[in-house]
Design a protein around this ligand. Structure first.
Ligand code: F6R
Length: 366
């Protein structure tokens, strides 16, 4: 049932190219210039009337939502707020008929996420659900559903659900951009073209896992780690840090790299592993400076950069390159080395990878 893999998590990490492809299937026009989301029943007029978007979810799905904020604000120019479902539901949220609420849940059964959905609908908002389970509670109660076609996810640590949630969010963002005319047709086509190729780039990352395995062996004895990044890389850093924490029990923190000098640098000491995400071209120079800041404290830096950005080799101890893609799409492939790193560290530490202590796959209680 594990398809020859030692753990469900590794199997599911390797299923990502297939899952990404399935989630895109039938949702891009033949000519490659339009998103087809028949499952969104809103009219163009209704889409044009949206004033605000609120994304709410828990855990990894919340991290997918954070990527969504950057993407939707950039491509659609609508203000987006992302909120943890257990916070959203209890704070008398500012939601009305002009708010679109996007709920993200792999299982579709997370108690807080479901309650947030109900609260949003009670206040008159339209709710789009992104979920992996057909006819789940979230799917049944939402106005519109975008299914992720990840297939069953057994490992407690979410991997293929996250990357397919990202794909669904990109499709939604591009669909809204298309209906609201916020992006030139050429730009939509360009991003869609890259999106169609992203699964093969995910495969390339998987094929190059050996160096990541070696880093895992090298770093598995540490008890602390930091993940830093800017923009979309910051959102991915949060997910990378969660993966490491939940399955290896290493204390890991993710920081927006610009925040380092506002306190975190005090924690950067000799040899501490810092995973520095530097995939965003427009923020690359800033990240190089941040890497220098932690190197000046003798941290051990693994940088993630896009192919061609070899300049990073001068400042980082090690570099993992991801295949070149449009910078807005980078999170889909940037997260994969971080999933593999967490996985192999967990294995080297002898942890129960698929069933980490104290955690359940589906949290149906508050
Ligand atoms: C982390 C993880 C959890 C879930 C969270 C939400 O790897 O799996 O953080 O993402 O419990 O679950 P769903 O998406 O089912 O609502």
């Amino acid at each position: 049932e594990k398809g020859g893999y030692d753990h469900f998590m590794l199997k599911e990490i390797h299923e990502q190219p297939r899952a990404i492809r399935d989630t895109l299937k039938g949702r891009i026009s033949h000519a490659g210039d339009k998103v087809i989301l028949d499952e969104i029943k809103m009219t163009t007029k209704e889409i044009q009337n949206i004033k605000r978007i609120v994304i709410t979810a828990c855990g990894t799905a919340y991290h997918a939502g954070l990527v969504g904020k950057y993407i939707i604000e950039q491509l659609v120019r609508i203000p987006v707020e992302v909120d943890i479902a257990s916070e959203f539901r209890y704070r008398d949220p500012l939601i009305d008929e002009e708010t679109l609420v996007v709920v993200v849940s792999q299982s579709g059964e997370t108690a807080d996420t479901l309650a947030a959905l109900r609260e949003a609908r009670r206040r008159g908002a339209r709710v789009v659900a992104i979920t992996n389970v057909i006819a789940s509670s979230v799917a049944r109660e939402a106005d519109d559903i975008i299914y992720t076609w990840a297939g069953p996810e057994i490992s407690v640590a979410s991997t293929k659900a996250y990357t397919t949630q990202l794909v669904a969010i990109y499709l939604l963002a591009l669909y809204l951009a298309q209906e609201r005319n916020t992006l030139a047709a050429g730009n939509i086509k360009e991003i869609l073209n890259e999106l169609k190729a992203i699964y093969s780039k995910a495969q390339e990352v998987l094929d190059g896992e050996q160096p990541i395995k070696d880093f895992a062996e090298k770093y598995c004895k540490h008890e602390d780690a930091f993940f830093i990044g800017r923009g979309l890389d910051y959102a991915v850093a949060l997910e990378g840090s969660l993966k490491l924490k939940e399955i290896s029990y290493i204390h890991a923190e993710a920081y927006a790299a610009g925040e380092l000098k506002h306190g975190t640098l005090a924690l950067i000491v000799e040899n501490i592993p810092v995973i520095a995400l530097a995939t965003q071209q427009s923020l690359f120079e800033k990240m190089v400076s941040n890497i220098k800041e932690v190197k000046a404290r003798d941290a051990s830096v693994i940088a993630l950069a896009m192919e061609g950005h070899t300049e990073v080799e001068k400042v980082a101890d090690q570099v993992i390159y991801i295949p070149k893609t449009h910078q807005v799409l980078a999170p889909i492939i940037t997260v994969i080395p971080l999933q593999l790193l967490a996985y192999y560290i967990s294995v080297y530490r002898g942890c129960d990878v698929d069933k980490p202590r104290n955690l359940a796959k589906s949290v149906t209680v508050e």
